[in-house]
Design a protein around this ligand. Sequence first.
Ligand code: HSE
Length: 423
Amino acid sequence: MKKLKVAIMGLGTVGGGTYDVLTRNREVIKSGYGVDVEVVKILDKSPKRLADKGASEKLFAANIDEIVSDPDISVVVETMGGLEPAGSFIIKALESGKSVVTANKELLSKRLDELLSSADKGGSGLYIEASCVGGVPIIRTLTESMQANRVTELTGIINGTTNYILTKMSEEGDDYAYALGEAQKLGYAEFDPTADVEGFDAAYKLSILASLAFHTRIPLDKIYREGISKITSRDIAVGKSMGYELKLLAIGRQNSDGSVQARVHPAFVPASHPLASVRGSFNAVLLKGDFVDEIMLYGRGAGAHPTASAIVSDIVYCAGKDRPQKNDFGSKLANVSDDFPSEYYFSVSVLDRPGMLSVISGVLGSHGISISKMLQENADGHCAEVVILTHMTSERLFRAAVAELRDVDGVLSVGSEIRVIED
Ligand code: HSE
């Protein structure tokens, strides 16, 4: 039986979950995979934190050197989160030849080159299944199951907090602030929810996933990002009446000219779209490959045990490797396009007087934008709300048309600009 000694850095929610899974399923892993995984050191602030999570205080390590200097430890699990000290600790572990398993999407998306070069220096492997979409095996699917294909598209709901909030708004008519409060009560959203609701967390993951999918590096700062904090329950209800569900999507696409699209933003999808039925805090990723057609992976993208499930799978996976894992993120920087075609939903508040609809459609038409659906609401003789869905148009043309509409006499405001993704 192969024996594997492991250290865990950070015994918070995910680290604690990892310790729990490794302890409770030690026999399952032994009999199923022929490897006996033993946690021999845990780095955290105090021994008491270990006791709180049911781990022996004898495992306590006060600093990283106690871990890297221990020749028996071959795998280091990083579940501290954040950039520092996690980054320096991972680098030390990699450079001392230890395999590192991490769930740290922010660090991977911001300092990937540094981590990869430390892994090269130490001849060690960096294992990242838990960094994206928690318990859903998306990394291994991309790196080990899609070799026959050119992956053309990756579209995902890869943030559970925002999907929970949008589901509450859609199904219960809650407003954004109330749904966010509920997400905070349940522990999905942080006290400062910015990383989730403004799309940063999804952008970290998309940078990793799209780089692996397209074998070309997609840096975080090239990803277009827009969150859900300005979405209203009215937008969601009106979209629903037109046959759409609103989701925060992370989208990576390979264009035929070799450029890529990489973006995170709210989007309406038809109720029949496979991602439309992903509810609550669940995540899903839809992949398109030129030969396999479509694959969809669905599951829990966060939480102690689902994320620990991915971490433990990496530990067992690296135990079976003769050579360190090398993930092909691509070495070349991607040509990321900043204008992507889309259909748009938007609303215009106007004075309720003759000819306004024709003025609006005239402005859109002058920018080459065609209307696919139009809905007028609350026309009371003074004001009216017009909701418009366009056919496919470019971002640039849409922005120019909206700017012009704002200056039209009788137009009070233009808002709720939301993209529509039909397939
Ligand atoms: N906060 C994330 C989510 C999980 O809500 O999906 C960690 O990336």
